[in-house]
Write a protein that binds this ligand. Structure first.
Ligand code: 5RP
Length: 226
């Protein structure tokens, strides 16, 4: 079985009747939403909120009951993918362009479970370019400030050769910092740039990581001790 799918299908074990569930975004989460759809068809009673228009549409097609954020008090568990996971379980997310909603949903969740294939486990974050969501207004100035933090960046483009727009109407800068030795400090520095809406560093947010391997086996890893 595909490694991403193996991790995704294991994650449904964390769902229980009555839960409000956050649905992440990406190709791994695609398999998770499919598996949730099957569980719902078999009688599981959950409500879900989605981190992207894409995930929401897929969930609705599969008959998963969706609720609006204005009706959400607590999210019991969110299942989402990641682009990189370091040994302290800091994450880079946003390869799929949904990092802002993903971070809002993860922050509102009692538990964030990350589903990945083994290639996403890294010693240091930074081989994957860090996505940063910026407002279109004066984005050139924001790009300059980002470069001053020591990265090379490119603006993410859509298939029509126009800047890629997030579900929130913003731009995404993919920033190559090289190995990120102190992700927490970089996260703080990024937040100090006014045009930055959010960045893809998820520091200390994951509670569990489910790793699918190419032979179809799955490891469920608990949070490392600080
Ligand atoms: C989307 C994300 C995804 O979770 C991340 O890019 C991993 O994607 P995939 O499961 O397709 O490898 O952060 O914004």
């Amino acid at each position: 079985m595909d490694a991403k799918r193996a991790a995704a299908e294991r994650a449904v074990e964390w769902l229980e009747d009555g839960m409000t569930v956050g649905l992440g975004t990406g190709s791994t989460v695609y398999h998770f939403i499919q598996a949730v759809g099957r569980k719902v068809a078999d009688g599981l009673t959950i409500k879900a909120v989605a981190t992207s228009v894409r995930s929401e549409q897929l969930a609705r097609q599969l008959g998963i009951p969706m609720i609006s954020f204005s009706d959400v008090e607590d999210i019991d568990v969110t299942i989402d993918g990641a682009d990189e996971v370091d040994p302290e379980w800091n994450l880079i997310k946003g390869g799929g362009g949904a990092l802002l909603r993903e971070k809002i949903v993860a922050d509102a969740s009692k538990r964030l479970i990350v589903i990945i294939d083994e290639s996403k486990l890294v010693r240091h974050l930074g081989q994957f370019p860090l996505p940063v969501e910026v407002v279109p207004f004066a984005f050139e100035l924001t790009q300059r400030k980002l470069r001053q933090l020591g990265c090379e960046l490119r603006m993410r483009m859509a298939a029509d050769a126009q800047p890629y727009r997030t579900d929130n109407g913003n731009f995404t800068m993919d920033c190559e910092f090289g190995p990120i030795e102190q992700p927490g400090l970089l996260a703080d520095a990024l937040h100090r740039i006014p045009g930055v809406v959010e960045h893809g560093l998820f520091i200390g947010m994951a509670a569990q990581v489910i790793v699918g391997r190419s032979d179809g086996t799955v490891d469920v890893l608990d949070r490392p001790r600080p």
